[in-house]
Design a binder for this molecule. Structure first.
Ligand code: MRU
Length: 332
């Protein structure tokens, strides 16, 4: 089986897996058009914090290649790219990286510099996944069963993933025996993507509805929880897929370690606490429907935050490429 890669840059175009079609169809899209990437990020065809950062960097580069050295036009496009999704800091981090790099360089040299920056970001993302996994292994007991949420593997990074990368290496080394995955309604990042990725990797996986997590923990079936993040404030408050907060509260209730794995590009020292994180609200139809089939009355009013905020005090430890971080948290 070829290595699963959610994103691949070939020097002139970005290839991505159209995640909305999974698990039924594995379709690769190749594009040199920044608009296609912005649309893919908005539709969650490319999703997950590190992946939208990497895609945002290549979108910024591709936009420069299109504007015929018109810097003001390019800077306007960068704002559009940055606004594609608000919560994951990786996207604004990546766009800012390229914007800042452009400031003291001639038009003629800019393509080369932006290419180097975007490629370095992607390669570093891949390396950070392995480094995170190596640090995360320290936290995993023998014969462990883990609970995870959303989808944090190869689809959403340039490497093996964040939390799922830790679990993958945990399974390779024989420590992780089973991964429980919440379905992550409404869009099913757990049921459609994580369970599929686990299956591709040969890791035993069990799917549960989001509301079954309490019962699972009560039965003593979870040794630790590990999941990813979209933005980590300097006090450790963590934005991640909606439902994460519920799991953290439950884990506290049952004394189960609750870990967050994320690269440094997801830590946001300029955000003091979760109160300052913008939580993306998404369309009502995502909840009214399940895979395009109406599951309620057509005019049901809907509350659909894509993320929630888990207070840092509920996080047992963070795992980044730099190591394991324990409380008290101060990522400023
Ligand atoms: O709305 P999504 O699917 O982009 O949400 C993604 C998540 O919440 C992930 O858990 C997070 O980005 C970490 S991905 C390594």
């Amino acid at each position: 089986m070829p290595e699963l890669r959610g994103l691949h840059w070939d020097g002139s175009a970005l290839h991505f897996i159209e995640q909305t079609l999974l698990p039924e169809q594995l379709e690769h899209v190749k594009t040199q058009d920044w608009r296609v990437l912005v649309d893919a990020i908005k539709r969650l065809a490319i999703r997950g914090a590190p992946a939208i950062g990497v895609a945002g960097a290549f979108a910024s580069l591709l936009a420069w290649r299109e504007v015929d050295k018109d810097r003001s036009k390019w800077l306007d496009i960068l704002d559009v790219i940055e606004d594609a999704r608000p919560t994951a800091v990786n996207l604004s981090y990546a766009v800012k990286l390229l914007r800042d790099a452009s400031q003291s360089i001639s038009d003629d040299a800019l393509d080369e510099l932006l290419t180097a920056k975007a490629e370095a970001l992607a390669i570093r993302d891949e390396e950070m996944c392995e480094e995170m996994a190596a640090h995360g292994l320290e936290l995993i007991p023998e014969d462990a069963s883990a609970l995870t949420h959303c989808n944090t593997g190869a689809l959403v990074t340039y490497g093996i993933g964040t939390a799922l990368g830790v679990l993958r290496r945990g399974h390779d080394t024989g420590k992780v025996k089973r991964v429980y995955a919440c379905e992550a309604r409404p869009l099913g990042q757990g049921s459609r993507l994580t369970i599929w990725e686990l299956d591709q990797l040969g890791i035993p996986g069990t799917l549960l509805s989001d509301s079954a997590a309490g019962r699972l923990m009560q039965e003593g079936l979870v040794d630790f929880v590990i999941l990813g993040a979209d933005r980590i404030a300097s006090n450790g408050d963590t934005a991640n897929k909606v439902g994460t907060f519920n799991l953290a509260v439950l884990a506290k209730r049952f004394g189960i370690p609750f870990y967050v794995a994320a690269p440094s590009t997801t830590f946001d020292p300029s955000t003091a606490s979760g109160d300052d994180i913008v939580v993306e609200m998404r369309a009502a139809d995502e909840v009214r429907n399940c895979r395009d089939r109406l599951v309620t009355i057509p005019h049901a009013e809907v509350y659909n935050p894509a993320f929630d905020i888990t207070p840092g005090e509920l996080v047992t430890a963070f795992v980044s490429e730099a190591g394991v971080h324990r409380p008290p948290y101060s990522f400023a």
